[in-house]
Design a protein around this ligand. Structure first.
Ligand code: NAD
Length: 368
């Protein structure tokens, strides 16, 4: 197994948490005998300082020559006065566009050890394991025409999808559902929106290719409620861009901390992997950042780009074990009196030690 990974750690806590994600990937490569090659390049605020652009041409070129891109986070208060197209976040948007991924995957997983971190009752979140597949390049965020006419005090956006755009993202969602618990919930607002009627008709068409997957449809408003009442009833949730943006943030409360959330954007030329959180300037450089979102993002890279499912599962299990042993970064220990706190680096080390032990045991079993 050979894989070229570009690491764009970015700003704030980006480099701290990405370092731990890369360390885990290196551990997996070493133990499995895989040939992972890592290159680093600047993006965001650091790239503005070094190269005058949030996405230097050299970073983009290296990204396009890679098999996968692993991102930390971009942004910082010192750049807030720049116009939107010159800010660090513009670099990330340009990179996402250039890599072309149209399906954003966001797992929402309830860790029993973190049940008290969720605002939902433990008996509600217990066992929840949802994978959102959000269409990322279409819908209201990109549709034309769009404008704000200040003379007439009118503004408008356009929600537009083609059948082909729905087919390709639906196939990604059905494939993933096939490999999980074989249930797909497609979210729309087909009682009001024509775009949703096209969405629903197309998803039903694609469903015929996946007879082993049970398809259900939910209106977005009802789905928002069911996610909080009965999160265990969901497996894969397929949504258009705007609905997915809102629902995946809503469902993040199941996991209990922003620092635990991972994401992957797939379907384009090159997959992009990034934790959900931002650059967190308030805690940057203090060893307070939770690296588990970045480490779980590395697990997604192992699953979707390296196709190493067993190793991806091993990383996810190592994270679960470390939490079960009671180790907490500051964000996870909040409100839990007397909870010992580990630093970003210590948490990373605990995960790769646990991973080492697990992979060693697996290899020993194979050798018998
Ligand atoms: P944020 O996600 O950076 O932080 C929100 C809160 O969560 C903060 O209190 C922060 O300390 C905490 N937090 C975030 N990640 C954490 C982690 N891993 N461990 C512990 N605590 C964590 O969002 P924000 O404050 O709205 O934005 C800060 C900067 O990040 C802005 O410049 C914003 O534009 C940028 N941003 C970037 C991305 C990205 O790169 N994908 C995403 C969101 C925001």
């Amino acid at each position: 197994m050979k894989l070229k990974v570009l690491v764009v750690a970015g700003d704030g806590i980006g480099p701290e948490v990405t370092r731990e994600g890369v360390r885990v990937l290196k551990t997996v490569a070493e133990l499995g005998g895989y040939d992972f090659e890592f290159k680093e390049a600047p993006i965001g605020g650091i790239a503005i300082k070094q190269h005058g652009s949030p996405l230097p041409a050299s970073t983009l070129d290296t990204a396009l020559e890679s098999d996968a891109v692993l991102l930390g986070a971009v942004g910082g208060n010192e750049f807030n006065s720049l116009p939107p197209d010159r800010r660090p976040e513009a670099g990330l948007l340009q990179l996402r566009q250039a890599l072309g991924g149209f399906a954003n995957l966001r797992p929402s997983f309830a860790y029993p050890a973190l049940a008290s971190n969720s605002p939902l009752r433990p008996e509600v979140v217990d066992g929840a394991d949802i994978l959102f597949v959000r269409e990322l390049l279409g819908g209201l965020y990109f549709g034309e025409p769009r404008s704000w006419n200040r003379d007439t005090n009118e503004a408008w956006n356009t929600m537009r999808y083609t059948r082909d755009e729905v087919v390709r993202v639906a196939r990604v969602a059905f494939e993933l559902a096939s490999s999980r618990r074989k249930k797909l919930t497609s979210v729309d607002k087909a009682n009001v929106l024509e775009v949703s009627q096209l969405w629903r008709a197309t998803v039903i068409e694609v469903a015929a290719e996946y007879p082993d997957v049970t398809l259900e449809h939910q209106y977005v408003d009802a789905c928002a409620m069911h996610l909080m009442n009965t999160p265990r009833n969901f497996d894969v949730v397929l949504t258009e861009n705007l609905f997915g943006d809102i629902l995946s943030d809503e469902a993040a409360v199941i996991t209990g901390s922003l620092g635990m959330l991972s994401s992957a954007t797939v379907g384009g030329q090159i997959n992009l992997y990034e934790p959900v959180h931002g650059s967190a300037p308030d805690i940057a450089g203090k060893g307070l950042a939770n690296p588990l979102g970045a480490i779980l993002t590395s697990a997604l890279l192992l699953r979707h780009s390296a196709k190493l499912e067993q190793d991806a599962l091993a990383v996810e299990t190592a994270v679960r074990k470390v939490l079960e042993q009671g180790h907490r970064t500051a964000d996870l220990a909040r409100g839990q009196a007397g909870q010992p706190i580990v630093s970003t680096q210590e948490m990373g080390k605990l995960v790769y030690q646990s991973l080492n032990e697990m992979i060693d045991r697996r290899q020993a079993m194979h050798a018998v």
